[in-house]
Write a new protein. Structure first.
Lengths: 363, 363
């Protein structure tokens, strides 16, 4: 499995690259590609490297502390116990003909300089685009993990709504969501959970605070589970008590737009076309200027992974990509509605990974 | 407050630096220094910059989505709505005499290249050491936040032990810890919670899994709260049921070592001396080769922040530094004990920020 991932990375690159050096630095500078090529689902692996080759093989260079976890990868293993040994392992692994591929996007500049000095004279080239492009098409193992991450988030949301009640603070609902996800096997939340009530739901980047749920509030939850390092990302918006006419109207438009977006997805379609399918519905309803972000983004080992659905992003959807579809309408001072699912692109349709009812739920 | 932080950063640098550019990139490439100088406790601020000057002033360059959150900072604000505007704002902010300071440690290489091209001809110098050194000495606001983060973790641990029982899985205990921290105001866990039972407690880097608590197990919890972006980090080890002689012996040694480490802390003491105070006790008891890591690390906006307590790290402790003190004994296949507190360095002593009993607790 890691062999075919590695071969696909090199397949997206010119053939004068002899090896790619991936470096997983200190917190917070993780390189998800290190985990993509090693398929290591457990462990921190700070300051560890992986060197991969066009034939699909590779070597993990890590410290004694990670030796046991590292053994679970099919790649070769070199254990270092000092900085000097680390440098020697890296030099040895990079002692092949050709240029050296580096992930310019994720490697900190200081690490870049250190590696440059370690193998001075060698040519470094940026392979970040190839890495991102390769990771956009998920293999079977990745799809299984993403399905599980989606299922965990949807189930946790259901469990949380059962204890959600008037007077509960946003952070408390967020805490319950995380608890329910971890109880179902998530290693943690995929990102900082958004739990926003009433007028706070109008701010797409709000996380959670002290605001307590009141009758008549929108209650918006945008969160996800991390499972074996893969992320899910789901949003649902509820109404506390009986929804009024305006709430029903806005909710209905967003729901229709979201379903139209999902319906437009299939292998070969252009991203802007999917965005437009959803955006037109919101525009026609007169809320075009209240849908202030793109329709969706790629999802995988990162929460905002390669690609996306927006008027400007000229990408073609391909089978086995995973994307979010998340239109919203935001009215400052009043509130907002967003509905988001993760979908797997199939030949002729989209498969939803975050199964949860879409009718307006009045709590 | 941010003014004095900024002046202290420049005070640790040669005076030919006219401005420092801090860039908070896309997930996961946050630069905590962006938050340090802006004092922004809420918001994501992906792809935002802060430019700071020797006189203690600075400018935040961020997008419309973050405008409201950004307004809470005392720094100036420039809002961009396109990449072109972002570049213009950066160029304008950097249009001062002198070299430009860059955080080589946290800036991704690709961003470095983009900025280099944006202001071509200007000299970039690495200021990462000065940033780290400045952040090591906490000011009053930071200390208040760290005290709160410590208190939240200690209280959550107490609450969790009340529901911990035989048959509970590691991940379930971890989920409860996070829930209890968030209920008390944490924005989330400081890092992936370690909840390890029985033989798993012998692996310092284990996180949590399916293992269920059995009578006679060690139950080790290493976790922390994030509060207003500041972290706490606490470890306690319990015994499920009655501890046997060997468990009591190991626990007693670790506890004695941890207390000796804390006792050795004061303004002016050398880090290796503090490490030795704890390490000697474990060595004399015959477990020297089972204490396989340093005694502690700096703590703040990062979990492993600048400095630490180890035989090799030649640092001098100074008033208002915050460090962890966390000796451990690990016996593969059997189990391990670690006890960890966060301490604030005072003139003549250490103040513990994570108040929780240290006697062996039998659950």
């Amino acid at each position: 499995m890691t062999g075919s991932r590695i071969k696909r990375i090199f397949g997206n690159l010119p053939d004068d690259i002899g090896a790619i050096l991936l470096y997983n630095g200190s917190e917070p500078h993780q390189d998800v590609n290190f985990f993509y090529v090693t398929d290591l689902t457990k462990g921190l692996f700070e300051n560890s490297a992986a060197v991969i080759y066009p034939d699909g093989t590779g070597t993990i260079i890590t410290s004694k502390l990670e030796e046991e976890s590292a053994g679970k990868s099919p790649l070769n293993l070199e254990i270092f116990s000092s900085k000097k040994e680390f440098r020697e392992c890296v030099k040895k692994a990079l002692d092949v003909d050709g240029k050296i591929g580096i992930n310019f996007e994720d490697m900190p500049h200081l690490s870049y300089r250190k590696f440059k000095y370690m193998v001075r004279g060698r040519k470094f080239v940026d392979v970040s685009e190839s890495l991102e492009k390769t990771r956009m098409i998920k293999d079977r193992t990745e799809i299984e993990r993403m399905k599980k991450a989606g299922k965990i988030a949807a189930e946790a949301l259901k469990a949380m709504t059962e204890s959600l009640r008037e007077g509960m603070a946003e952070y408390e609902a967020a805490a319950i969501l995380i608890y329910e996800m971890m109880k179902r096997g998530a290693t943690g939340p995929a990102f900082e959970t958004i739990s926003s009530f009433g007028e706070n739901s109008a701010e797409p980047h709000y996380t959670s605070g002290e605001r307590r749920l009141k009758k008549g509030d929108f209650a918006l939850f945008d969160f996800g589970a991390r499972y074996d390092r893969y992320n899910s990302d789901i949003t649902r918006t509820f109404v506390a008590g009986k929804a009024d006419k305006k709430q029903r109207e806005i909710y209905g438009i967003v729901k229709e737009a979201q379903m139209a977006g999902i319906d437009a997805i299939r292998d070969g379609v252009a991203g802007p076309e999917v965005d437009a399918a959803a955006r037109e519905i919101i525009e026609k309803a007169g809320y075009g200027d209240r849908f202030i972000h793109s329709l969706g983004h790629g999802l995988g080992l990162k929460v905002h992974d390669g690609g996306g659905l927006s008027p400007r992003m000229k990408m073609e959807l391909k089978e086995n990509m995973v994307l979010t579809v998340e239109p919203g309408i935001y009215i400052p001072g009043y509130g907002g509605v967003r509905i988001e699912d993760d979908v797997l692109v199939k030949k002729n349709r989209a498969e939803v990974l975050t199964e949860f009812p879409k009718e307006l739920i009045e709590l």
